[in-house]
Design a protein around this ligand. Structure first.
Ligand SMILES: [Zn+2]
Length: 198
């Protein structure tokens, strides 16, 4: 992150001086932890992450992928998901976002994994996001683009390899999410092939 990108666009609520993002230091504080600090009055807020939730939806050997219809990242590959509302259950939030964006409903979900990323909010600057994905099989609905998405596609697992991963993703972590689905599909195939017959 450049020094300019580290500077939030808003001013200190206490004295009006422009704020700066600076590394936090101290015993046990992980590398990369930041604080937003006023250089004048020492006002400080911690740059804690916001939780985002999403779904990887599969149907008969295909993964649901979206293409963004609006800025930011118009035209980039996207996955259904969004920010968790305060007080909301993470899996319920992921189902809500999926339904809002595509009209789809899915069966029982399992956690796929978590990935870090950054979201740039005009007027605030970049803030860290913690992206939690659930994995489930399609249950009902025909994917239709809604909300932010312009297109929804079922992509065969066989096409989730190198060529697709070189395309532009809306957020960097999504490449790793798609790779995780690819690896999981591949492992599933290997299990089916090599499982001893009973
Ligand atoms: Zn201040």
């Amino acid at each position: 992150m450049t020094a300019a990108a580290r500077r939030p666009a808003f001013a200190c609520p206490h004295c009006g001086t422009p704020l700066a993002r600076t590394p936090r230091r101290g015993p046990g504080i992980p590398r990369g932890a930041l604080q937003i600090r006023c250089p004048h009055c020492r006002y400080r807020m911690f740059d804690y992450p916001r939780l985002c939730v999403g779904f990887t939806v599969v149907r008969r050997g295909h993964l649901l992928m979206l293409v963004r219809g609006h800025e930011p990242r118009r035209g980039a590959i996207d996955l259904p998901g969004g920010f968790l509302e305060t007080g909301e259950d993470p899996e319920a939030a992921a189902r809500r976002e999926l339904h809002e964006e595509t009209g789809l409903r899915v069966g029982p979900a399992t956690p796929l994994g978590t990935w870090w990323d950054t979201y740039d909010l005009p007027g605030f600057g970049p803030f860290p996001t913690f992206n939690w994905y659930f994995h489930a099989a399609w249950r009902s609905g025909t994917p239709r683009a809604g909300d932010d998405a312009a297109e929804a596609h079922w992509i065969p697992f066989a096409d989730l390899g190198k060529r697709l991963l070189q395309r532009r993703f809306a957020w960097a972590h999504m490449r790793a999410v798609v790779r995780a689905v690819h690896d999981r599909a591949h492992a599933g195939r290997a299990r089916r092939v090599y499982a001893p017959r009973s």
